[in-house]
Design a protein around this ligand. Structure first.
Ligand code: GDD
Ligand code: MN
Length: 386
């Protein structure tokens, strides 16, 4: 066999693996989305809850965030809020303070750090001021539907559940500019998160709404300050200990999404770095995971760390054969095959979002070795003070 043929065969093999594994995984999870939770829920469960809102330069959003928490369908005597601000250079702290002095029915405590030492560190400071049996993380640039908090707490009435997160819905400051890629990405990943949760646990949590049993957070010594994906990592550590860490489709968090491509990519690249770092650490713990979670984690580690490189390698080999010996009938057939998903709008968007994601993940796995970005710039277009 001469070498261009070997390369063509490799392209076919890597390309097929790259697409077949996630598609098969998705099909497998989709069938599980509607299965029962297998939890013993207690309708009269009423734990005390502390919501921690970490902020850095959120003057444009903090008031709306507090109002949204205040408007939750949740008993006020069971609820308190800790805002941890890390040296914001805008009026975040002042606005939070003013709001709480005018709304004394919701207990809000403002804690200030003089500078930024990372979001996880800020959360740990928040924990020292939190009295709730349940700790809920609430990013400032997100909003919950009215019963999301209640829905996120309810599964914790079963002792086997250690943590619950929401499903995310993207939202833009300017709805006319809604980002297609992000909506497509979300509808796919929300089904994945819930499907994984039905098996055992999902290793990806969202700081926009993430509830943890306080006692268990103590056991894992709070949020790990050298890990960017603080929320996902804490949840996965609980799942490794045998507790379930689940995404509830009944708890919805809307998150502000950048609309300009440059801000969007900056945002995606940093999040990808954090996720890749998170999965790289979990790789070392895979063997000790409980059975259901081990399967989920194994696939997710593969999808985040290995699979993007299969696509890149296949693309590189295609280029190489083209440059060295030219293209053949095989390449034409391959091109036609790739065009199939481009014919329909839905699959075109999904395909586009997938390809973008793969390049970002591959970039992130290299870039994170140089900088983990444990402290990151605030994306200006999200929530300018008005
Ligand atoms: N106190 C404090 N100190 N808060 C911070 C800091 C900090 O140094 N940096 C960011 N925050 C706050 C923001 O103000 C916001 O409320 C929240 O933490 C999340 O930060 P964003 O800038 O909105 O980042 P994101 O939307 O990409 O965050 C997502 O990914 C992160 C990991 O990459 C969320 O899931 C986060 O929860 C997650 O940590
Ligand atoms: Mn955010």
């Amino acid at each position: 066999m001469n070498w261009p043929w070997t390369l063509d065969a490799l392209v076919l093999l890597l390309g097929s693996i790259h697409f077949a594994i996630p598609l098969a995984y998705y099909a497998y999870l989709k069938r599980r989305v509607d299965r029962p939770w297998q939890l013993k829920l207690k309708p009269d469960y009423a734990p005390s809850v502390t919501v921690i809102v970490p902020t850095f330069n959120e003057a444009g959003l903090i008031k709306k965030r507090l109002e949204n928490i205040n408007a939750q369908d949740f008993p006020k005597d069971k609820l308190d809020v800790v805002v941890v601000d890390s040296g914001s250079t805008d009026r975040t702290a002042e606005i939070a303070e003013n709001w709480s002095s005018r709304n004394s029915d919701l207990r809000v405590k403002l804690v200030q750090e003089s500078g930024r030492t990372g979001k996880a560190h800020a959360l740990n400071i928040g924990l020292t001021h939190a009295s709730g049996e349940i700790i809920v993380l609430a990013d400032a640039d997100s909003f919950w539907s009215q019963d999301s908090l209640k829905e996120a707490i309810y599964p914790l009435s079963d002792e086997s559940v250690g943590a619950v997160t929401a499903v995310k819905v993207p939202m833009t400051v300017d709805p006319a500019k809604a980002m297609k890629t992000e909506s497509t990405y979300r509808s796919f990943y929300n089904a994945v998160r819930v499907g994984e949760s039905k098996i055992h646990s999902t290793p990806v949590f969202h700081g926009e709404l993430a509830a943890f049993r306080s006692r268990l957070l103590d056991e894992i010594h709070g949020f790990h300050e050298n890990v960017g994906a603080d929320d996902s990592h804490a949840a996965a550590l609980l799942a490794l200990r045998g507790f379930r860490a689940i995404a509830s489709p009944d708890a919805v968090a809307y998150e502000l999404t950048p609309t300009s491509w440059s801000a969007y990519f900056q945002w995606k690249k940093r999040r990808a770095k954090h996720l890749v770092q998170h999965f790289a650490i979990l790789l070392g713990k895979l063997r000790s995971a409980p059975t259901g979670f081990r399967r989920v984690l194994g696939v997710e580690i593969f999808l985040h760390i290995v699979n993007p490189w299969f696509l890149l390698a296949a693309c590189a080999m295609l280029l190489l054969t083209g440059v060295t010996v030219g293209y053949s009938m095989f390449h034409l057939v391959l091109l036609l095959f790739i065009c199939i998903p481009l014919l329909k709008k839905d699959s075109r968007e999904a395909f586009g979002a997938w390809i973008v994601e793969q390049w970002i993940l591959a970039y992130a796995s290299v870039a994170r070795l140089f900088s983990t970005e444990l402290v990151w710039p605030k994306i200006e277009e999200l929530g300018r003070e008005r």
